[in-house]
Unconditional design. Structure first.
Length: 169
């Protein structure tokens, strides 16, 4: 990690920055395979102030992390243990400001999550990534493997078509 970058736990005060990063990252990456209506539905469901307050404050044993460089939030990640699978930590979110892509900050944030998982005694890090998302290559480069495909009804008539990816810690 460079001298100007820090990764720290997110707080409620960080919710506006997380919402901005999420909206900008989704608009830049997902416009190719999600309709504007589905993006709006997902963003409202996952990134409303109430949803983020719950994720940051009340999800048991979860970690919401913010990447700051030097005074601006450039990315965030969210991880939590899989409830019925001891030893499995799930990466729910990892997003960067669009202009930060390719800067190495995503790799540093992911490595922080991997180290956190190892230090907490987890054996596997799992994530879901849309099968059309170019981020699949990023995760493959970092040692993740595609273990299966998963199609999920997320509500409001929308489906999610993901890869389940895992990395042994």
């Amino acid at each position: 990690m460079n001298q100007t970058q820090s990764i720290r736990p997110a707080t409620e005060a960080d919710i506006p920055a997380i919402q901005t990063i999420a909206r900008r990252a989704w608009e830049a990456a997902f416009h190719v395979f999600l309709t504007p209506q589905q993006m709006a539905f997902d963003l409202a469901r996952e990134y409303s102030t109430e949803a983020l307050q719950r994720q940051i404050n009340t999800l048991r044993h979860s970690f919401y992390l913010l990447c700051v460089e030097p005074d601006e939030a450039v990315g965030f990640a969210s991880v939590a243990p899989e409830p019925d699978e001891p030893g499995v930590l799930k990466l729910h979110k990892l997003y960067l400001q669009p202009e930060a892509k390719g800067s190495g900050q995503g790799s540093r944030l992911l490595e922080f999550v991997i180290d956190l998982g190892r230090n907490q005694g987890f054996q596997t890090l799992r994530l879901l990534v849309n099968r059309s998302n170019e981020a699949t290559r990023f995760y493959l480069k970092h040692g993740f493997q595609i273990v299966r495909e998963l199609d999920s009804d997320i509500g409001n008539g929308y489906m999610r078509h993901d890869y389940v990816m895992e990395k042994f810690l």
